[in-house]
Design a protein around this ligand. Structure first.
Ligand SMILES: C[S@@+](CC[C@H](N)C(=O)[O-])C[C@H]1O[C@@H](n2cnc3c(N)ncnc32)[C@H](O)[C@@H]1O
Length: 226
């Protein structure tokens, strides 16, 4: 069953990570075991760190963007590590430690070889709380533009996960409504969900803005928990 949630984008707040924020909050809300030693892969500016509401001892926060790590909350308990979860080198270091839970929120869709990354995560022998954007993200927009999603679909993600984890899978759809089409495109650009890829030329973008049939964007996220 797919669960759906609706929100409205308020341009006056300029909040471009509304959906990632909800996703991270859901991972934290549904984590019942209050893990003490935590790993966060693709931590970004710290959505997971800032939402943890239990007492933990250590959080290793990994991102390959130095700029993102600069924005991440810092404390004695938090270790920020610049590393790429698509490279085995990172996991050779990570595997030396014990983790009570591995989080990854809104990031693993960008793994270049997700199969390998999931295998490496499984070798950490820790419970997982993962949220991965699927190919149904921006589905109406991509269909209107005649573009294939660069992301993996629910079936492929479920299969890849099933090779290494007995995870509980949940798929959530989020719909975000905007005041204008212009706001939609600004959101896509600034939200980080498109991974910085510009699949459209300026001309194609203009045409798409004329033809786009609604003022909403869809996001689909697969949650995997053990
Ligand atoms: C959409 S943001 C999500 C950030 C944060 N987890 C959150 O929930 O707000 C995706 C993050 O993944 C990071 N990322 C993407 N590919 C990565 C990789 N191969 N290794 C490490 N970090 C990566 C990006 O730098 C970015 O900070």
């Amino acid at each position: 069953m797919i669960h759906k949630e609706f929100s409205r984008f308020a341009s006056q707040y300029g909040k471009y990570n509304i959906i990632q924020d909800k996703v991270a909050q859901k991972l934290i809300d549904e984590c019942a075991d209050s893990p003490k030693e935590i790993l966060d892969l693709g931590c970004g500016s710290g959505a997971i760190a800032s939402k943890i509401d239990w007492d933990y001892t250590k959080l290793k926060a990994v991102d390959f963007s130095e700029k993102m790590l600069d924005l991440h909350p810092k404390s004695e308990k938090i270790e920020c590590i610049e590393g790429d979860f698509s490279e085995d080198k990172l996991f050779e270091e990570l595997v030396k430690n014990h983790y009570d839970r591995v989080f990854s929120s809104s990031s693993l869709q960008w793994a270049s070889n997700l199969d390998e990354t999931l295998y490496q995560i499984s070798q950490l022998h820790a419970p997982i709380s993962l949220a991965i954007f699927t190919s149904n993200t921006f589905s109406t927009l991509l269909k209107t533009a005649g573009i294939d999603s660069p992301l993996r679909g629910v079936d492929e993600l479920t299969y890849l996960l099933s090779q290494y984890f007995h995870a509980e899978i949940e798929v959530m759809t989020y719909e975000l409504t905007f005041d204008s089409i212009q706001d939609i495109f600004t959101y896509i650009k600034k939200s980080g969900v498109s991974g910085g890829r510009n699949a459209l030329s300026y001309k194609q973008m203009k045409a798409l803005m004329r033809e786009y049939p609604s003022k909403t964007l869809e996001f689909e996220v697969l949650f995997a928990r053990t």
